[in-house]
Write a protein that binds this ligand. Structure first.
Ligand SMILES: C[S@@+](CC[C@H](N)C(=O)[O-])C[C@H]1O[C@@H](n2cnc3c(N)ncnc32)[C@H](O)[C@@H]1O
Length: 358
């Protein structure tokens, strides 16, 4: 055995040395975990391994028991010889296929957020809204077990979906996570001490409404990143930040990721791509009482109070999600995590005020 090979068993790792959820991503396939099957035409399907059941397609069936105990990356055959490649889904696969109510932050943007907002192990981060929990999962991975992520969500159904997704990917509740119901701008100042937060991450319709709350809880030098879908939201948030004066000049950008087709001499960009997801904007909290640079650029905000009534989810192109669809997604998220044997509920303490343990 080489020096770098782990010497402990998976069980020992789970209880002691490895960060939360890591042990479950190693070793042979186990009952209850999700496995991504890719057929010979590249079609993918994710199944949850359940002893005694089978994965059926129009080309036969594959017994789940034939996968349990196999090494990750195995090739398995169904009853008529159809071949499948079996791998654990990566976070990017999981996020695009998990139950959802609201639009999720795509992996390309989650990567940008983690890097450009400088989310580090041990950081104290607050986030809103939670939506389906896609970004929460990336943030939890980045802050790690010793960090702190407090996520705020207005709608209970979304919070339930997010909790199910987070618990599915980490195999149970994450020690660094708490989720609170309510509007970010009201709850964060009630629950977090002034100047105690290192990073603020907002993915919501109207981040400018949270400006005062962000300025209150963010530590001097702390980073505030916003993810918005439209240029009108981007512009309004930037002008509000400039006019406020407690932050540095905001920087904005978008990222476009184009996949490539790789086959023999036919090496070229894919014909299709996800052309637009959202815009990112980052700014940092100045120390109290100082005047920032770029004041000469300070523009007069051109938004009036009447504008506020125009900012609705429909006006910025968000699809309305029916209550029925939300209830179904919440049930799906809960049943996925129950298959893995864990489930927790949002407690009263998490839905109301009260200072958190720092
Ligand atoms: C686009 S979704 C967030 C998606 C999420 N980041 C993800 O990756 O799955 C926006 C969410 O923000 C919530 N929201 C909007 N304004 C809010 C506010 N002021 N406080 C808390 N949540 C809010 C909405 O209910 C919705 O669930």
């Amino acid at each position: 055995m080489s020096q770098t090979e782990p010497t402990s068993t998976l069980q020992e790792d789970a209880g002691t040395t490895l960060p939360h959820g890591a042990a479950a991503r190693r070793g042979p396939f186990r009952a209850g975990e999700r496995v991504q099957l890719t057929d010979e035409r590249g079609r993918m399907n994710t199944i949850t391994l359940t002893p005694g059941t089978a994965y059926h397609t129009h080309k036969g069936f594959l017994n789940h028991d034939s996968l349990i105990g196999q090494a990750e990356g195995s090739m398995v055959e169904n009853n008529v010889g159809q071949l499948y490649q079996a791998l654990r889904p990566l976070l990017s696969d999981f996020v695009l296929s998990m139950p959802r109510g609201a639009a999720v932050v795509y992996p390309k943007d989650a990567g940008q957020i983690i890097t450009m907002a400088d989310i580090y192990p041990g950081a104290r981060v607050v986030e809103a809204g939670v939506g389906s929990g896609a970004l929460s999962i990336s943030l939890l991975r980045a802050v790690g077990d010793s960090g702190y992520l407090h996520s705020f969500e207005r709608r209970e159904e979304f919070a339930d979906i997010a909790r199910g997704n987070v618990e599915t990917i980490f195999g149970g509740p994450h020690p660094a996570w708490r989720i609170s119901l309510g509007s970010f701008q009201d709850e964060v100042v009630a629950q977090e001490a002034p100047g105690s937060v290192d990073r603020v991450v907002l993915d919501m319709l109207a981040p400018w409404e949270c400006l005062d709350a962000v300025a209150t809880v963010l530590a001097p030098g702390g980073v505030w990143i916003n993810y918005v879908a439209t240029v009108t939201q981007l512009s309004r948030t930037a002008e509000a930040i400039r006019a406020d004066g407690r932050f540095t000049e905001p920087d904005a950008w978008e990222s476009m990721v184009r996949g490539w087709h790789l086959e023999g001499l036919a090496v070229r960009p894919d014909h299709r791509m996800v052309a637009h997801t959202g815009f990112l904007m980052v700014t940092r909290r100045l120390a109290d009482g100082v005047t920032g640079l770029n004041l000469k650029k300070k523009a007069k905000a051109e938004f009036t109070e009447e504008d506020l009534s125009a900012w609705t989810p429909e006006a910025v192109g968000e699809r309305a999600v029916s209550d029925r669809k939300l209830r179904r997604a919440a049930r799906d998220a809960a049943s996925t995590v129950q298959t893995r044997g864990t489930k927790s509920k949002i407690t009263d303490a998490e839905t109301g005020g009260g200072a958190p343990g720092h």
